[in-house]
Design a protein around this ligand. Structure first.
Ligand code: GLN
Length: 450
């Protein structure tokens, strides 16, 4: 057995012994659930999934649908308009609380029912059928397979969901619900009755963790900025009145549902889901909370516990580089007699702030006496984020101002972005060094007039 499955089995074995909590019964059909059902699934960023226990047992998604439908409305409306309709404040209240802003009636928290119902109403559609179809298709894209409804749970909630209907009517009277309250709550109950397994939910969470790209199907389901905002809302609002404690103890964006589903996303690492119907007083799966608390501690997943990447960004420094360019005797002699030095600093990996700060420090150490040549060999660099690119450009401009020849070697995709950047951009270190030599030769041939 592979080590990940083994670890999941170990959690599963230990946590199976937990018999606390009550299966939800306010939606009558949910009371049918087997309290012993317990499954855990993980999906990695490479799209591999690992399971323990009842990972293929279907259950209704319930409130775990909320972050995904939030992402859909956010995609339709954009961040500003979305916030105008539904705020993003952890209300610290129960999932079915009447949590509306005094005056405007705007729901505070999109992860509790009032805010979630208002969010469902914002999904762009000509009629409720189209809205339901869009939501089902959207959830399916996150899961990477065609999902369907549990019609019995839907009928059961639609027949008894007076409190949610009341919330919707209240919001309409306050002017904060778009659309007909009865139809909107119908769509909300539909969305809650979508049938999933722990295995599905792990893929859905992994899609958020991967910035909106489904790691199994490879499909970009949602834009990166929408995925990030959705995870942020999950982190602050996802666990109802247990949200603060959750962030303290587990430290991952998460969402629970009243049928016993619980997801968490470890950004850039994996999505995880637990299914176990008995709930604690806050309405979160008892075994789900226990499993994720243990996992987070054992694998150091807490978001605030980000590893410091003082990794080997700088690969090498050369103080007096020469290219392999073949040159005639005259030019070779000219270069040999040239006292100016060309330094090279090589770097690798993704350049974020920490890495770039290291790189530029190494450059500062390596710069030869002016005038000279400075080459940044970034051919082993796989990505440069926007802020770091600005830092690098500023450093290059400064070197030019101090009279240096400046060249950068980068991989093909980055080469395309060279336009407008200071210095000469080449595809290889050798070309970059040769360009500096060429500049030296050109200057020696036509010395600047005194
Ligand atoms: N459909 C459920 C409700 O509105 C969802 C609540 C939940 O999962 N916490 O009551």
């Amino acid at each position: 057995m592979d080590p990940v499955t083994e670890a999941l089995n170990e959690f599963h074995r230990r946590i199976s012994a937990l018999k606390d909590g009550e299966v939800a019964s306010y939606i009558p059909q949910l009371a049918q659930a087997d309290p012993d059902d317990f499954g855990i699934s993980i999906t990695s960023m490479a799209g591999r999934s690992y399971h323990a226990g009842k990972a293929d047992t279907p259950f209704t998604i319930q409130s775990v649908s909320k972050p995904f439908v939030y992402a859909l409305a956010l995609t339709d409306l954009g961040p500003e308009e979305m916030l105008g309709h539904v705020d993003a404040e952890p209300s610290g209240e129960a999932f079915n609380a009447i949590s509306l802003e005094p005056g405007t009636g705007r729901p505070a928290n999109p992860m509790v029912n009032a805010g979630a119902i208002a969010t469902t109403a914002l999904v762009a559609a000509a009629d409720p059928e189209e809205r339901d179809a869009r939501i089902l298709e959207w959830l399916s894209a996150f899961a990477g397979r065609r999902l369907d409804y549990d019609e019995e749970v839907y009928a059961s909630e639609a027949a008894t969901g007076d409190r949610n209907r009341a919330l919707a009517y209240l919001m309409r009277s306050a002017g904060s619900l778009a659309g007909d309250p009865y139809a909107v709550t119908g769509s909300y109950f539909r969305q809650c009755s979508v049938r999933v397994t722990a295995a599905d939910l792990a893929v859905m969470a992994a899609t958020l963790a991967k910035g909106g790209r489904n790691p199994v199907t490879g499909e970009r389901v949602v834009a990166q900025d929408v995925a990030v905002r959705t995870l942020a809302v999950m982190a602050t609002c996802g666990m109802y009145d247990g949200a603060g404690k959750w962030l303290l103890n587990v430290g991952l964006p998460a969402k629970s549902g009243v049928a016993g589903g619980l997801i968490a996303a470890s950004p850039g690492r994996f999505g995880v889901a637990v299914y176990s119907p008995p709930l604690d007083a806050e309405g979160n799966s008892v075994r789900g909370v226990a499993a994720l608390t243990e996992m987070s501690q054992q694998f150091a997943l807490h978001l605030m516990n980000t590893p410091v990447h003082l990794t080997a960004t700088v690969t090498d420094t050369v103080h007096a580089a020469r290219s392999s360019r073949a040159r005639d005797a005259e030019r070779t002699a000219a270069l040999d007699g040239d006292r100016r030095l060309i330094a090279v600093v090589g770097a690798q990996g993704d350049l974020e702030f920490t890495e770039t700060e290291q790189l530029l420090n190494a450059v500062a150490q390596a710069v030869p006496a002016a005038p000279g040549g400075m080459v940044l060999d970034l051919t082993a660099v796989t990505g440069i984020s926007r802020g770091p690119a600005t830092m690098i450009n500023a450093a290059l401009r400064d070197l030019e101002r101090r009279g240096h020849q400046v060249a950068v070697a980068v991989q093909e995709p980055l080469l395309g972005r060279a336009e407008g950047h200071p210095g000469f951009w080449a595809a290889t270190r050798d070309d970059a060094v040769a360009w500096c030599e060429d500049r030296f030769l050109a200057q020696a041939a036509s010395p600047p007039s005194p």
